[in-house]
Design a protein around this ligand. Structure first.
Ligand code: GL2
Length: 829
């Protein structure tokens, strides 16, 4: 660092950052004219967005530097959140709001000849995630910064995020999402690199004391380069760091020999192979495909992150036994589980610690969050692949397993079945490494993401581990969402109305203050304004539907929304079967009777994994139903079916505030938590849902009179499945009529949907669509009836919002901090 006498000059010129409109405009013009080399004669909206973002980025970087200095000086414990997905969405609006300068920017941009809304729209979503798991990580980063926790996120800098979805002739088509063309929010750190090793072999030697030492040698080296993104807290100077690793050929790897010998192509090929590691996000949600490149991604990211964390710790010159007093690492699902093995390797092979001492450090450092019980999502890697790619890690895994099984044996003597059941190595053909088991054994706490889910993991998939380690190791932290993005940013008018009734914007930092809203519930003017805001949000969505799909929908109709990844367990098929049932019922009515019906718009959105054939069929059916229903003159406004293309975070910010009713209708016991359910209720929409995931806790908080619950309970699911397979499984008349309509070609080529119908009718109906159909239809009827009484409906919405305080990700992060990480916020003076 700079010697004392010269520091004066630095202090004198310290960057201050703009605080008013003039200062903001000056920065924008400077960036347009210098950074972008443009002028007022060729500054379009894209350039205005770039310059505005750069102006805010400069501010963030200044605070980001100070925050890092503060944290280093304080030398307190830090949290590291390891996640393969961070579904961040757009950054500009969030940055403006979090630093409290959106109004300043709005005024300034206006004077410079643009509208802030148009500028915000220019930004490409950072879509480095699939769905809820990735968005949860993004909400957590917002809360960690807003609550002043010293915390870093670590992930991969994918060149391609989740694909862009186009709907062509009713089918999903995937288009690559190249998002890095211009990204002002990232900060390349070409000086922060880590060389990562793959393949090779292990040689053992004896050291001077006769101790065996392992040396991992040979193989290939790929370099990880750090790219940092500042994460601003809301109404605090704290700005944390999200570090994403990008892969490139190591300088040793680019083979100049080959290059000079004219073997140009193969030296370029080596380089491309290295860059492939961080090239694409795997587009599967809740599914493990076991691809070698995915395992490479996992190790690459985990090894680079741990190297960074260990390097930072070593600078403090503390003893190793203090490691877990300084470092808490959270494993977001099993994707980063190799971190457990890698830290053990660093401590034993490189730092020379004894196995037991190292293992104590490892297990007190890690916490593991499980996000699903779906068997197809639980990661397993073939032993052979692990041996090939990471030979030393496989040895360590075997040793971890050996010592673990020895303790199990002691506790449960002669219980061979127990040993087989809990072994980290599955004795299958081929043998597999069970990553969740490794994560449990390597962590001091394991949590689920909603009460039902945490109960389920403790009584089903991880039951034996509860017996072995005791119940204290297992806990629940119910998910949450950041009210900054999901209320203040997405629904500014509602946020202002709430502020006016709760005594300012304090609720954005303490969401329980929403409860003050109930005091105003009898205020007719308040309810009227509430209804007007919802209507305005619906009008905005109506315009978007008109513009993108050329379908006219009536903003006074009930907007019924199901937007999320397409998955059989989430049951979009139940929804569309219900829509078909409604259509058939309307068609069967006399014109007089029809006039009495409540108009409804059924809105769908979401991506299917490219290889998930059935999910793509579901998308196709929804679109075909829309094509028939939307142009049926007998139906008119009474029913419209809309498929919104390319659902993502920024679209969610428009859709969520516009919903009257949203659907969270997974088969009970399958949706670990769900988080959009929270977003919809927070924005004054009611929900129809099953007794699953966080729906249960939402019901407990807002009251069962404010939610439309239906369907099978999770404890009955197994019996029903058994009965479908071994008993006689019949489908009721209403659902059969739906199937008949599909099969007589009402919605296009029946063969296209044969498998979908057969899955329910003939093949065991694993997701219990037939069992829940009738109660779903009945509950939708109740919805229609209740919606007619608008005054009562709005009271329900207000009451629900007032009781949503629990679902802030701030509450959630505080629970992790206290119960799992043992970290404290770093107070900013
Ligand atoms: C998920 C769960 O499916 C979802 O219910 C949960 O809300 C999120 C966040 O905890 O995690 N698990 C998972 O693998 N994905 C999820 O969205 N992709």
């Amino acid at each position: 660092s700079i010697p004392e006498p010269q520091r004066e000059a630095w202090k004198k010129h310290q960057v201050q950052g703009f605080t008013d409109k003039d200062g903001f405009e000056k920065e924008v013009v400077r960036h347009v004219e210098t950074t972008l080399a443009r002028s007022l004669f060729n500054c379009d909206e894209g350039a205005a967005y770039s310059a505005t973002s750069l102006a805010f980025r400069d501010r963030l970087i200044t605070e980001w530097n100070r925050t890092q200095q503060r944290q280093t000086t304080a030398d307190t414990k830090r949290v590291y959140y390891l996640s393969l997905e961070f579904l961040m969405g757009r950054a500009l609006d969030n940055a403006m709001l979090n630093v409290g300068l959106k109004d300043v920017a709005k005024g300034g941009i206006d004077e410079l000849g643009f509208r802030i809304e148009d500028i915000i729209e220019q930004e490409h979503d950072a879509a480095l995630g699939n769905g809820g798991l990735g968005r949860l990580a993004a909400c957590f980063l917002d809360s960690l910064a807003s609550l002043n926790y010293p915390a870093w996120g670590y992930g991969l800098r994918y060149r391609y995020g989740i694909f862009k979805q186009e709907i062509i002739n009713g089918y999903q088509v995937e288009v690559p999402d190249y998002w890095l063309d211009f990204n002002p929010w990232e900060f390349p750190r070409h000086d922060v690199t880590v060389d990562i090793q793959f393949y090779g072999n292990v040689r053992k030697s004896q050291d001077d004391n006769g101790k065996t030492v392992a040396h991992w040698e040979g193989g290939e080296i790929v370099t990880a380069v750090a790219y940092d993104m500042p994460i601003p807290g809301y109404a605090t100077p704290s700005t944390n760091n999200l570090r994403l690793w990008s892969s490139k050929a190591s300088s040793g790897e680019f083979d100049f020999q080959k290059f000079n010998n004219g073997d140009y192509e193969s030296s370029v090929a080596d380089q491309q192979r290295a860059e492939t590691i961080s090239a694409v996000l795997y587009p599967n949600d809740n599914l493990d495909r076991g691809k070698e490149l995915r395992l490479k991604q996992q190790y690459f990211w985990v090894a680079a992150s741990l190297y960074d964390i260990v390097r930072r710790f070593k600078k403090t010159k503390r003893a190793w036994r203090e490691f877990s007093d300084q470092v808490a690492i959270q494993l977001n699902d099993t994707h980063p589980t190799l971190a457990v093995v890698e830290l053990q390797r660093i401590l034993v092979d490189i730092e020379g610690l004894e196995w037991d001492e190292a293992w104590n450090i490892v297990t007190s450092t890690f916490g593991y969050t499980n996000h699903t019980v779906l068997p197809e999502a639980l990661e397993k890697w073939p032993v052979g692949l692990m041996q090939h790619l990471l030979p030393r890690h496989l040895q360590i895994i075997y040793d971890i397993n050996l010592f673990f099984l020895q303790t199990v044996e002691k506790k449960f003597p002669n219980d061979r079945e127990m040993l087989t059941n809990v072994s980290i190595i599955e004795e299958s053909q081929p043998k597999m490494v069970r990553m969740a088991y490794l994560a449990i054994v390597g962590s001091h706490k394991v949590n689920g993401v909603a009460e039902l889910h945490s109960d389920l993991i403790q009584t089903t998939i991880f039951k034996d581990f509860v017996e072995i380690f005791g119940a204290d190791k297992f806990t629940n932290v119910t998910n949450g969402i950041t009210p900054r993005r999901w209320l203040h940013q997405a629904n500014p008018r509602l946020s202002e109305l709430v502020a006016s009734k709760t005594g300012g914007h304090g609720f954005l930092k303490d969401l329980t203050q929403l409860n003050k809203l109930e005091l105003s519930i009898d205020d007719a003017a308040f309810r009227k304004e509430w209804a007007e805001i919802k209507y305005a949000n619906k009008v905005r969505l109506t315009k978007y539907i008109k513009k993108t799909l050329d379908v006219t929908v009536n903003p006074s109709a009930l907007f019924d929304v199901q937007v999320k990844r397409i998955h059989e367990y989430k049951r979009q098929q139940l929804n569309i079967f219900g829509v078909i049932h409604r259509y058939l019922a309307l068609k069967a009515m006399s014109p007089e009777e029809r006039k009495k019906q409540l108009p409804r718009v059924s809105i769908f959105g979401g991506k299917a994994a490219p290889g998930y054939w059935m999910a793509k069929q579901i998308i196709h059916l929804i679109n075909n139903v829309g094509a028939v229903v939307n142009k049926d003159p007998e139906i008119g406004d009474l029913l419209k079916v809309i498929y919104l293309e390319d659902y993502n975070v920024s679209k969610a910010e428009m859709i969520v505030p516009a919903s009257d009713l949203s659907e969270h209708i997974s088969t009970a016991g399958t949706e670990a938590s769900g988080t959009s359910n929270m977003k919809f209720v927070l924005n004054g929409g009611l929900i129809i849902g099953t007794c699953d995931g966080a729906n249960i806790e939402i019901t407990r908080e807002i009251g069962q009179e404010n939610i439309f619950l239906f369907g099978t309970l999770s404890e009955d699911v197994e019996d029903l499945r058994h009965a479908h397979t071994y008993g006689s499984h019949t489908v009721d008349a209403d659902l059969n009529k739906v199937f008949e309509a599909i099969q007589n070609g009402t919605f296009g080529e029946p063969n296209d949907f044969g498998a979908m119908v057969a899955a329910v009718r003939d093949h065991g109906d694993y997701y219990l669509v037939s069992d829940d159909f009738q109660s779903y239809i009945d509950t939708q009827k109740m919805v229609d009836n209740e919606y007619r009484n608008q005054d009562e409906w709005i009271r329900k919405c207000i009451r629900s919002v007032a009781r949503m305080g629990f679902f802030s990700s701030d509450r959630c992060i505080n629970e992790y901090a206290e119960g799992i990480w043992n970290v404290e916020p770093l107070v900013v003076n």
